[in-house]
Write a protein that binds this ligand. Sequence first.
Ligand SMILES: *[C@@H]1O[C@H](CO)[C@@H](O)[C@H](O)[C@H]1NC(C)=O
Length: 239
Amino acid sequence: MFKTQCLFLCLSCVIISAYGNAVSFIDKCEWNDKACLVKSAQKAVPYFGNGLPEYGVKALDPINIDKVSLEESGLSLTFENFKVVGPKNCKIIGLERDEAPTYLRLEVECPIDVTGTYTAAGQLLFVPIEGHGPFRVKTNNIYIWAKVAVSTVDGSDGEKHWKIGKFEYTYEAKEKTLLEFKNLFNGDKSKAEPIEKILDENWSELMRLFAKPIISKIIHEIKDDIQSFVKVVPAKDLA
Ligand SMILES: *[C@@H]1O[C@H](CO)[C@@H](O)[C@H](O)[C@H]1NC(C)=O
């Protein structure tokens, strides 16, 4: 249920690997050869992590994000000026597409390390929370599943181009996740203690709750990158 930049990072690799070899770092695969797709996409991951300026693709590791906010279950939470490190090390564990193609299905496992500034007020799992300061969310393994619609459109260059459509996804923190919020209750340790206990014990539920806006933002960043890429590279060069 936890999804990250690797999602689209990998998707881009998927698209490229699924459709061709005109791009130098991509190995060609038959559309139904899953093992080949996985291997080829894995090979492409670091290229997208580092960015491909010639295709309008910004580096996706790290990703810098200005601000995301969450209002849910009595909790008001903002993350600002944060950095996401790790997508370059995503591991592709599954990849398939249909022949047409109309969709891609992808499974990845990624390490992520997110650091920045948080502001919190309200309640966290029924326990009062308040604070402003540095935060960190770090895990070695977030599992992401995604299904993405793919269509073909006419580009301004007169060529056919791929286009990413609607996507659905889930993510889940598979391993214990470090959730660190400094300066809770303005440094009042006795007030911070119940929250620190929850951050330590209930990380799995909490990841479902407040990783959502972070993940969503990251996914859109990556989607933008992929759109740029397939807008520049015609479908025939990917097939
Ligand atoms: C948090 O985790 C503890 C330990 O697993 C559990 O007993 C408790 O019910 C959880 N709290 C909430 C609000 O889910």
